[in-house]
Write a protein that binds this ligand. Structure first.
Ligand code: SF4
Ligand code: SF4
Length: 98
């Protein structure tokens, strides 16, 4: 592991704590290309509570201009955790299109 300014560069898997494996790689790689299903937010149901953001392992959920959840499909791996955790079921997992 080495530092480049504020950036920490992990050189091998053994440098990482378990959760940092995801964080360290998704900053640079298009992990959204691995996805089989995509989360789709129903803005009419979303309350903007932020629970999905808290649980997303890839930091792929942002807040849109209306304070609702917005998915960053470049990084989202389609794990479905956000859909499970949303208390009002505002996120639906849909099969990825080719
Ligand atoms: S958990 Fe559900 S209601 Fe809360 S911000 Fe996410 S999508 Fe919206
Ligand atoms: S499907 Fe998984 S990776 Fe994608 S936004 Fe939801 S929790 Fe994050």
């Amino acid at each position: 592991m080495k530092r480049d300014g504020k950036k920490i560069i992990f050189e091998k898997a053994g440098d990482l704590p378990p959760m940092a494996m995801s964080l360290g790689t998704t900053e640079y790689n298009e992990t959204g290309s691995w996805r089989n299903e995509r989360p789709v937010v129903d803005s009419s149901k979303c309350t903007g509570c932020g629970i999905c953001w808290k649980f997303c392992p890839d930091i792929s959920i942002k807040e849109d201009a209306n304070g609702k959840a917005s998915i960053d499909y470049f990084f989202c791996k389609g794990c479905g955790i956000c859909a499970v955790e949303c208390p009002v079921k505002a996120i639906e997992m849909k099969e990825e299109e080719k």
